[in-house]
Design a protein around this ligand. Structure first.
Ligand code: ZN
Length: 456
């Protein structure tokens, strides 16, 4: 490995130069004016793989093209699929950037540009690491497939269909994604769990018009009152969701996970300050991090009914509506929960009210077993590159592409973020620490070695 490491050191400036080349292409997927830049960025990446001797393809979609590449076949070795994205968020407002978003600039050990960390810089760490193997050893120790999309920032519409229709082509032993952050400065992390979501629109309709609350109040069900009662019935005062069977499939936190979460340097006071509240609440019996990452939740996301203008209007509104969602954890099944919810709501619906429930979207949660061989391999690679063992974290939000890969390919997903929380992704002055960029490349090169070991 030492010759690969010295190669990586010798190439550091070259790697940064190449990253800058890609960052100069304003591949903003959301803006039609950048259509040509999207194609240029896809071609740039395809050329990059081609120069390394990979077989490549730019795959057209109804949106922006996908780039697919495969390393030369290595027999009797595992296969890893790397996912990344070459599209970026719009850079507006431009005047808040210290240096122009598409003119990458080095400052204070960071590279500033739109896409520096999200995701061009992180994605390229896994390209340069492969190049190091090929240049130094003449070949990779395993098989690599790359799927780089151009629609991550606009919903990945084409990717999900492509993955589902190309299971054989994408078949692999694990998926590697670097499109996130470490736990903190100098503290790399492996994210092994994500929550899912099930999102609903609920509309209650009562009388055929808004009524005078004096003349009619007390005789007909007020849809707003009914909505308040129904929404409140979905959770009890201990933070337990009341949909029958809701917790049946929840994978409980293991003792090991609880210990690891408790050992993380999480500052609850700082958390309170950051969100401007004087206290926290949630499901009883769990810590804040546990409730945030590993327990399901119920939240009303929007409410509308009745009179919202100045002063008072004594109205009994004809309808009331709410948007609400559950954050789900493995192995809760959104469809099963949807069915149980529908039955419960029908039973709660009072006379004179017509109830309509629409399922907006849903994604199941993802959990990679902590004792999996691929997680162990990633931990060894990270510790060797960063000089520090990673911590294990879960994520409260969902990343649809991760669920897509997990469902379609049925393999472990390694979420290895090389960025930092304050990298200003999606904001002005996006940056990527050059130290983390180079450590990411090194960790990636070591990861190929660790994942190829027969012990797995
Ligand atoms: Zn990203």
């Amino acid at each position: 490995m030492s010759s690969i490491e010295s190669y990586l050191e010798a190439q550091q400036d070259g790697f940064v130069e190449e990253l800058c080349d890609l960052l100069r292409i304003p591949s903003v997927s959301a803006q039609p004016a950048h259509q040509g830049d999207m194609r240029r960025a896809a071609d740039w990446i395809e050329q990059r793989f081609r120069r390394m001797g990979f077989s490549t393809e730019v795959i057209p979609t109804s949106g922006h093209p996908l780039v697919y590449a495969e390393s030369p076949r290595v027999e009797n070795a595992p296969t890893v699929l790397v996912y990344g994205h070459y599209d970026v968020q719009p850079a507006e407002p431009f005047d808040l950037w210290t240096s122009p978003p598409f003119e990458p600039t080095r400052r204070d050990g960071h590279l500033f540009a739109r896409g520096a960390t999200d995701d061009k810089g992180q994605m390229l760490t896994h390209v340069f690491s492969a190049q190091a193997w090929i240049e130094v050893e003449g070949r990779l120790p395993l098989n690599l497939k790359y799927l780089i999309e151009g629609e991550e920032e606009v919903g990945s519409a084409s990717l999900a269909a492509f993955v589902r229709e190309n299971r054989e082509r994408l078949a692999c032993d694990c998926v590697v994604i670097s499109d996130g952050a470490q736990f903190g400065p100098e503290q790399p992390a492996i994210t092994y769990g994500l929550r899912g979501i099930a999102y609903y629109d609920l509309v209650l309709t009562g009388p055929n018009r808004d009524l005078h609350s004096g003349s009619f109040g007390g005789t007909v069900t007020n849809p707003a009152n009914a909505l308040a009662r129904i929404l409140a019935a979905l959770i009890d005062e201990h933070g337990r969701i009341q949909v029958p069977g809701f917790y049946d499939d929840v994978v409980p936190l293991s003792e090991r996970e609880r210990q690891q979460m408790a050992a993380l340097p999480f500052d609850e006071r700082q958390y309170l300050e950051q969100i401007g509240v004087s206290g926290l609440s949630g499901e009883e019996g769990y810590t804040t991090l546990e409730r945030r990452w590993a327990r399901p939740t119920y939240d009303i996301n929007g409410l509308s009914s009745g009179y919202q203008g100045d002063g008072a209007k004594t109205v009994l509104p004809k309808s009331a509506a709410a948007k609400f969602s559950f954050r789900l954890v493995p192995n809760q099944d959104p469809e099963k929960i949807g069915r149980a919810l529908r039955t419960m709501l029908a039973a709660l619906c009072p006379p004179g009210i017509q109830l309509e429930l629409d399922e907006h979207h849903n994604t199941p949660g993802v959990l990679i077993p902590m004792d999996s061989a691929s997680i162990a391999a990633a931990a060894r690679a990270i510790e060797r590159a960063f000089g520090r063992a990673p911590v294990y974290t879960r994520e409260g939000g969902s990343i649809p592409v991760v669920s897509t890969f997990h469902e379609a390919l049925g393999v472990d997903i390694l979420l290895l973020g090389w960025g930092q929380d304050d990298d200003n992704t999606h904001s002005p002055n996006e940056k990527f620490s050059l130290v983390d960029f180079h450590r990411g490349i090194k960790a990636s090169a070591l990861l190929w070695e660790e994942l190829s070991k027969p012990s797995r």
